[in-house]
Structures are given as C-alpha cells and as structure tokens.
Design a protein. Structure first.
Length: 147
C-alpha cells in the first residue's frame, strides 16, 4: 500500500464522524481488513488513525518489549486504554469517540495529515502552534535524517 500523504481540512459531523477525503479513500485498498481502523492518542497533541493491519504491527512490536519495564508498561497502558476500533462506513466516514476529540481539543474542524502508515488528526490551531514552537525547520529535519 502507498502511504498516507497530504493535508486536508474537514469537519466532524454532529454524530462525531470524520469523513475521509476521497483522495485518502483511494489509498485504502479494497482488501479484507483495510476498512477497519484504530484511533488512539498520538504524540504532540494529535490523534493517530491506523489501518487495522498497521495496528497489528504496533501490537507485535510492543509484545516484544520487556513486560516488566516501567516505560513499556506505561506506554502500553496509555496507548491501549485510549484506542478505539472503528470501521469505515459506506460513505467513507469513521466515528471518533468524544473523549478522544476532547483530549486533543478538536471541536468541529479537523486537520487530517497523512503520515505514511497512519493519519494524524489535529485541531488546526494546535497544529499551527506546534509547528511554530517545534524549533526545528524542515531543512534541519532533512539534514538530520540524511535526505
């Protein structure tokens, strides 16, 4: 599968559903299991939306971590307790639990960012502030990542 790319400004409807932009829907293969997603707390003030097949890889990697390591336990508790399974409906929407929306300050508008194996859901103003305060330019990151 090609990774998720792009930036899209959308709205959450009154039933707390997010409509996938048509360009993103085209990136979701019509294969078994690719209409299922896991939405969870992300990093830096956003939500992550993983296709179920990508989520299973995250679970596999977490299972390989030492179970008695404090950081591992805390991370597993946080990411798993905030994970919500969702299905892409016939209209290309997924429901987002209210508690997750509140956790990251998303009210009605949501900025959807393609991030290869996942989507990131941001409150647009939170994203603007995050980018402004990150202290790292695109050029700095490219240099560090050797691109």
């Amino acid at each position: 599968m090609a990774g998720f790319i792009g930036r899209y400004l959308h709205s959450i409807d009154s039933k707390k559903r997010l409509s996938f932009p048509s360009k993103l829907r085209k990136l979701v293969p019509k294969r078994k299991g690719w209409h299922k997603f896991i939405t969870t707390k992300g990093l830096d003030g956003c939500l992550y939306v993983f296709p179920h097949v990508e989520w299973t890889e995250i679970e596999r990697r977490l299972r390989e971590r030492p179970r008695f390591d404090k950081t591992t336990r805390n991370f597993i508790r946080e990411i798993m307790s905030n994970a919500a399974p969702t299905d892409l409906d016939a209209q290309g929407r997924i429901p987002i639990p209210q508690y997750l929306l509140e956790m990251v300050g998303i009210k009605s508008e949501v900025l959807i960012i393609g991030a290869m194996d996942r989507l990131e859901l941001w409150d647009p103003e939170t994203y603007r502030i995050h980018r402004q305060q990150s202290g790292q330019t695109f050029e700095d990151a490219a240099e560090e990542l050797l691109i």
